[in-house]
Design a protein around this ligand. Structure first.
Ligand code: B8X
Length: 200
């Protein structure tokens, strides 16, 4: 996993853009996005999650979430309200190759859930998960197995922590939590799919 961060501050708050690139054998981009987008799986892999509610089902590929994350000392507890959209993208570079898949999470507002009225500080985020499946067909024309596929995952995020917290503290949290979060999530997808038919 390669991680890239740019140190940026807005109103004295660290909002460091992050890009992580991670290639995982044995899974497809559709499978990665399916398990990242699906609310029914989130408590399985998002261990910093305290509560998650689907506020609105806009369509089968677009949901509005309200999430409360566990407090990470010494920052105060945070929540986040965002729309999440999953879609397949045509492979412009290889029309015969597998499609790309993406999930975008973007903070939004909801009249019934105004920010910062309870114990939580509302964070604001933009997240893009872009997945490219690679197929290396078996030489002998044997059927395709999970040994012949891999997925290049590109995860980009910008998180505004909402309320002020020391930049050094936030950077320490992000530096510790993001690699754990991405490795835990991808290991979850490998485990969930290993005995299932490949979902392209
Ligand atoms: C002080 C701010 C803390 C903080 C900000 C942001 C997030 C966070 C929210 C959502 C998403 S996601 O990619 O949309 C997946 C859906 O949950 C990733 C990260 C989590 C934390 C807290 C819990 C810590 C954390 C940070 C990084 C990754 C995972 N967890």
């Amino acid at each position: 996993m390669r991680m890239y961060r740019r140190e940026e501050e807005v109103d004295g708050m660290a909002v460091d853009p992050l890009k992580a690139v991670h290639t995982v054998p044995g899974i497809t981009g559709h499978e990665v996005c399916h398990y990242f987008f699906g609310p029914q799986y989130r408590y399985d892999w998002e261990t910093t999650l305290e509560q998650m509610t689907v506020l609105e089902t806009v369509s089968d590929d677009t949901l509005v979430f309200l999430q409360t994350h566990k407090r990470i000392w010494p920052a105060s507890q945070r929540d986040v309200l965002f729309w999440s959209h999953m879609r397949k993208l045509p492979n412009e570079n290889d029309r015969d190759g597998p499609d790309l898949w993406t999930v975008v999470n973007n903070s939004t507002t909801h009249l019934d859930y105004p920010p910062n009225v309870g114990k939580c500080v509302r964070i604001y985020l933009k997240v893009c998960l872009l997945c490219q499946t690679r197929v290396d067909p078996p030489k002998d024309g044997a059927p395709l197995t999970r040994d012949n596929i891999s997925c290049k995952i590109t995860y980009c995020s910008v998180v505004n922590p909402g309320g002020w917290a020391p930049a050094s503290v936030l950077r320490a949290v992000y530096k510790r939590e993001y690699p754990k979060f991405l490795k835990r999530f991808t290991a979850y997808v490998v485990n969930q799919t290993k005995n299932k038919p490949i979902m392209f």
